[in-house]
Design a protein around this ligand. Structure first.
Ligand SMILES: NC(=O)c1ccc[n+]([C@@H]2O[C@H](COP(=O)([O-])OP(=O)(O)OC[C@H]3O[C@@H](n4cnc5c(N)ncnc54)[C@H](O)[C@@H]3O)[C@@H](O)[C@H]2O)c1
Length: 337
């Protein structure tokens, strides 16, 4: 297969490395609005079949079978529409869009689209998170009372990234919100969220926070507890705990868990700590791409449609309003689609 990749920044350049390692991908066509980034990726993979082109239009005309979008969040809706209008199955990185308005408009414009769109929530392909979901689905855990999802980044992104990211809840917490929905099979009805700024000034400048917490109430009464920060110096801490009336499970509590136990004599976790999404989720990204290739081949429907992905965006939108207005916010107050 010939696959296109748009956006070659922090994650796009890393995705190129993963995609090149998938045997079913015979060639890759890459582009970024910054030509030097395209050149860098092409140069790094000279031995493999990676072609660089100077625009999205050139990529759309290059004979690719499907496209992966890893451009900045503000560019997602326009790029998804261009790919779909060109008749190409598309995988777009999370979140769907920078705002609820832009996400709802994209969904409206995609109505009746003849090709599938998949939203990139790679945690759904993480073996331990998938096993936690299976434990809920099988009934092993009984009824879920509490589900905690934690994403602690080791370092803040650049000010330029934060400016177009959609904010902490939509950019970072959205992974947790998607996992809460996916694992419980429940929809959120209300959130109560807060946040703080103790790091770089630019977060405040962009009306964002560098640390946040949210309580999410689900339709069946299960409570989600989400914790996020941009300043977890020890490493990239992504964990999921599901507590039920019969049993409890956790994902992400392995030797790479970036934490130091203070009990005398306890040596777990032995490390080294997970550094960032690149090492923590490499196998999950690969599995996500392999699933996308099956979508491109028409062998299965999109496992996470735009409508599905947008549900996590609405939880994020409600959290942002809750933080701003210091009150619980119901999802139906913010939902536009
Ligand atoms: N799944 C994950 O765990 C994960 C992790 C990090 C980032 N992301 C998502 O991936 C996306 C990119 O994040 P990043 O950290 O790589 O950001 P980044 O700022 O490092 O890179 C974005 C790249 O997109 C390019 N770009 C922007 N608009 C473009 C357009 N219209 N056409 C072509 N190129 C364009 C920029 O020049 C830049 O090189 C974001 O939406 C982010 O939310 C997902």
């Amino acid at each position: 297969m010939r696959i296109g990749l748009i956006g070659l920044g922090r994650i796009g350049a890393f995705h190129a490395d993963t995609l090149i390692g998938i045997p079913a991908i015979e060639s890759l066509v890459v582009t970024d609005i910054v030509p030097a980034r395209t050149k860098q990726v092409v140069d790094r993979h000279q031995a493999q079949r990676v072609d660089g082109v100077d625009s999205v239009a050139a990529l759309l005309a290059s004979g690719v079978d499907g496209i992966i979008i890893a451009a900045g969040t503000d560019a997602h809706p326009e790029l998804v529409l261009s790919c779909v209008e060109a008749g190409l199955p598309t995988l777009c990185e999370k979140p769907v869009a920078r705002s609820g308005t832009a996400g709802a408009e994209l969904l409206r414009r995609l109505e009746g689209a003849p090709v599938p769109v998949q939203i990139g929530f790679q945690r759904r392909y993480d073996a331990a998170i998938a096993a936690a979901r299976a434990a809920v689905v099988s009934g092993e855990l009984g009824w879920v009372n509490t589900i905690r999802s934690t994403t602690l980044d080791p370092e803040p992104p650049s000010p330029e990234y934060v400016a177009v990211s959609g904010g902490m809840f939509r950019d970072c917490g959205v992974h947790d919100f998607d996992v809460l929905r996916w694992v419980t099979g429940q929809e959120a009805v209300e959130v109560y969220a807060t946040g703080s700024n103790r790091g770089a000034d630019f977060f405040r400048r962009y009306d964002d926070v560098d640390t946040s917490a949210a309580i999410v109430t689900f339709a069946d009464g299960a409570l989600g507890v989400v914790s996020n920060t941009r300043y977890n110096a020890r490493g990239y801490d992504v964990r999921l705990e599901v507590h039920g009336s019969k049993d409890s499970v956790a994902a992400g509590v392995d030797d790479g868990w970036p934490i130091r136990a203070t009990e005398p004599g306890v040596t777990f976790p032995v490390g080294p700590p997970h550094q960032f999404f690149m090492d923590r989720f490499q196998p999950a990204f690969r599995a996500e791409f392999e699933t996308f290739l099956e979508v491109v081949a028409g062998e299965r429907p999109s496992p996470c449609t735009v409508a599905d992905g947008l549900e996590a965006d609405w939880i994020a939108e409600a959290c942002a309003r809750s933080l701003q207005e210091h009150r619980p916010v119901r999802i139906e107050e913010v939902r536009l689609a």
